[in-house]
Design a protein around this ligand. Structure first.
Ligand code: SAM
Length: 229
């Protein structure tokens, strides 16, 4: 399947059943046990990124691109902390939910974040930090290098990515059924080898600075911070 077809499927999913499912997972209402586990795991990833950035003590005014922002789970707390956030997602439904959440929670800090509907590979501009969380699961290995190279070209200093590591194959395959119901469910979520990602970072002039791993029963996400050499 071509990249364009892959993206059309992802966009349609996150504008329909995927939107309903992920808006609930990334919310605080009632969900089933599996969804609650994924919610808690994802929140750990968000908190880890926030802890890193807050520990650097330079968040106020820092320019950040949140590529594939979903419903704003990271963009909103970053804007709250004073960062200047450019957030985008391929799904207009996710973006409009993110905008609503930002307006409802940020008060006069709402102007710190701008949301738009965009394919991350079409993004332009330069940002101190580019962040892309839990999006690589939609990219097969052969599309990953171009995608990361593009994000790297937008990042002046730092790139933070998370992905589902290949080591947890079996558990992830079970979880994939939850992501993409239907006949193609096992072909639509991709895990990646960390060594491949580190190599792509290196080829683009970045090296790993910090790393974390979040594992719950149904959520596995390896988090890497790479800084420009
Ligand atoms: N990063 C967010 C977070 O951690 O809360 C959302 C993660 S969610 C599992 C994956 C998101 O990636 C979805 O909102 C989806 O629409 C978006 N996405 C997938 N492919 C994309 C692409 N090529 N460009 C922009 N967004 C994309």
């Amino acid at each position: 399947m071509s990249v364009a077809d892959d993206k059309t499927v992802v966009r349609e999913y996150f504008n329909s059943t995927g939107f309903d499912r992920w808006r609930r997972i990334y919310g605080d209402g009632e969900v089933n046990k599996v969804q609650l586990d994924i919610r808690n795991g994802h929140q750990q990833t968000i908190d880890r990124v926030l802890n890193w950035l807050k520990a650097d003590d330079n968040l106020s005014g820092l320019s950040i691109c949140d590529a594939g922002c979903g419903v704003g789970s990271l963009s909103i707390p970053l804007a709250e902390a004073g960062a200047i956030v450019t957030a985008s997602d391929i799904s207009e439904k996710m973006v409009s939910e993110a905008r609503e959440r930002a307006t409802a929670t940020l008060g006069d800090r709402a102007s710190n974040v701008k949301f738009s509907t965009q394919d991350l590979e079409a993004l332009e501009g330069r940002y101190h930090t580019v962040i892309c969380l839990d999006v690589l699961i939609h990219y097969p290995d052969d599309k990953m290098a171009d995608m990361i190279a593009h994000l790297a070209s937008l990042a002046e200093s730092r790139l933070i990515l998370s992905f589902a590591p290949k080591t947890f194959a079996l558990t992830i395959l079970k979880k994939i059924g939850e992501f993409f119901p239907g006949p193609s469910k096992t072909t639509r979520a991709y895990q990646h080898r960390e060594a491949d990602i580190v190599k792509i970072f290196e080829n683009n002039g970045f090296s790993i600075a910090r790393q974390e791993m979040t594992s719950t029963r149904f959520y596995f996400s390896r988090l890497l911070e790479a800084v420009r050499r």
